[in-house]
Design a protein around this ligand. Structure first.
Ligand code: PHE
Ligand code: NA
Length: 502
């Protein structure tokens, strides 16, 4: 007989897990620079508009599919309509790719947390990062299997931790980890922000971030950036929120919960903007230069700018432990959500137990991650995978799922009615218009734009071969595999699962 499906023990646990997924590297190292680069204080307007007109509507869409289907993404989509099942498998593929490289960034953060103690990067953090630390080869050398032990070991450690946490199940593993890690993250990050504000130059940083450039509101690129940040930041449109909401109790208020998660995530981004720019203000001050000269995002911010700040600031080691510790906890809780999508799908498809499914997912993932990332070419593979999976995996999957559900199988009314059964904030025509008309225009526009850009000029000038394999090839493979798998029969053990949810 089929066992009772796992669930989160309460709405609170769900909220912690959903925030754990949403609050990730994107909040800490992506949002501050995107805001700075797209109008500063004025960016708050497109950002808020994007949250209200696309972020929350899409979040409710994900919640509705997962909560109604009470299943992993492929099965939840199948229960909506057989024709949409492949989207769920596409989601699984996207999460496989992200998991492979996300683990590496978390491993680097762990390493850098330790480096903060003695400022192991010396006088030149930039040279140290690509030299001593990653031992990066020339990109023309292609993909290598020359391993770098200093990264290999933490990558393996991260996967072992994931294996333990995820085997414990939805409540005792995923839920419990988030209940512990999220408060730790918030306390560490608040301490970092408060301390950064006391550094000389901090307020120059805040001025640089928040001074509004109102004319930016007339620039389409700024609006695209705002919607892009919201999509990435809320972890919507690629199976994560579908999976997590499938573990919510039947009577849960989906819209009220979604609003809490959405605003908590944005609140954390704003906080990160303050902390990061206060620190960058200090860095500019110490180098006697402008904040705009030192402002960066992503890998450069975390592994080059912050080490510089840590070396120069009073109590720099404390900054390092708080900053890299925050990356570590924000990253791990996101990685847990990524891997949960895959574990849930495997569990549904094969009718296997939690522990067996977890091992069947994590062992191959860990092997792929270990073969590709801690090598001298790992940085390039990571960079290309990240860019392509974000642009053509996540955005394209989001666009296609709305199109199919909205226009082909016309299931939006079903989802609306499901949500409204228990919702504190009811959704209706406005939700449908935002989701079926506004969101696709924005997604479609930015997809076409990036597509043209990448065809004109190879991404970051990497060798064509690398981009063809880890960029275009990977995206195409994901889509083909998703369609093929959706035609494969479900095992006899899992056949019962195919029935519509009660
Ligand atoms: N939403 C997370 C962030 O803002 C990133 C993330 C990406 C989470 C992929 C899960 C999966 O950083
Ligand atoms: Na986020």
């Amino acid at each position: 007989a089929p066992k009772k499906r796992e669930s989160f023990s309460s709405r609170k646990v769900f909220i912690f897990a959903a925030i754990g997924s949403a609050v990730g590297l994107g909040n800490i190292w992506r949002f501050p620079y995107i805001a700075f680069d797209n109008g500063g204080g004025a960016f708050m307007i497109p950002y808020l508009v994007a949250l209200l007109t696309a972020g929350l509507p899409f979040l409710f869409f994900d919640y509705a599919i997962g909560h109604r289907g009470r299943a992993s993404s492929p099965l939840a989509f199948r229960r909506l309509n057989r024709k949409t099942e492949f989207i769920g498998w596409w989601h699984m593929g996207i999460n496989v790719i992200i998991a492979i490289y996300y683990a590496a960034i978390i491993a680097w953060s762990l390493r850098y947390m330790i480096f903060s103690v003695n400022h192991a990067w010396g006088d030149s953090p930039a040279d140290f990062f690509s030299g001593n630390f990653l031992q990066t080869s020339d990109p023309t050398a292609g993909v290598t299997l020359d391993f770098v032990p200093g990264i290999l070991i933490p990558v393996v450690l991260i996967w072992v931790a994931l294996l333990v946490i995820m085997s414990l199940g939805v409540q005792k593993g995923v839920g419990a980890a988030n209940i512990v890690f999220i408060p730790v993250l918030i306390v560490m990050f608040l301490a970092l922000v408060i301390y950064s504000l006391t550094l000389p130059g901090a307020f120059d940083g805040l001025n640089a971030l928040f001074t509004p450039n109102w004319s930016s509101l007339l620039d389409a690129k700024v609006w695209v950036a705002a919607y892009g940040q919201i999509f990435f930041s809320l972890s919507i449109g690629f199976g994560i929120m579908i999976t997590y909401s499938s573990y919510l109790k039947k009577q849960s208020d989906l819209t009220g919960t979604g609003v809490v998660v959405g605003f908590a995530n944005s609140g954390f981004e704003l906080l990160a903007g303050i902390g990061v720019f206060a620190a960058l203000g200090f860095m500019a001050n110490a180098a006697d230069t402008q904040v705009s000269e030192v402002a960066t995002s992503g890998i450069g911010l975390a592994f080059i700018a912050f080490p510089t700040i840590i070396s120069q600031a009073p109590a720099g080691t404390l900054i390092g432990i708080l900053f890299f510790g925050s990356l570590l906890f924000a990253g791990i809780t996101s990685l847990i959500s990524i891997v949960e999508v895959i574990v849930a799908g495997v569990q549904d498809k094969f009718g296997a137990s939690r522990v067996v499914s977890t091992a069947a997912v994590i062992v191959p993932l860990a092997i792929a991650s270990t073969l590709l990332m801690p090598t001298t070419s790992g940085l390039y593979v990571l960079d290309i995978m990240d860019n392509f999976v974000n642009q053509f995996g996540i955005l394209a999957a989001g666009l296609l799922s709305i199109f199919l559900v909205g226009y082909v199988v016309r299931a939006l009314p079903v989802l609306r009615d499901h949500v409204n059964q228990t919702a504190s904030i009811k959704i209706g025509p406005i939700w449908m218009i935002l989701l079926a008309a506004v969101t696709p225009i924005i997604l479609g526009y930015s997809l076409i734009n990036t597509f043209i850009g990448l065809v004109k000029e190879p991404y970051e000038g990497y060798p064509a071969e690398m981009i063809n394999i880890f960029g275009w090839g990977m995206v195409l493979l994901l889509l083909v595999v998703a369609v093929v798998v959706s035609f494969l029969p479900w095992s006899s053990r899992s056949r019962a699962a195919l029935k519509a949810p009660a």
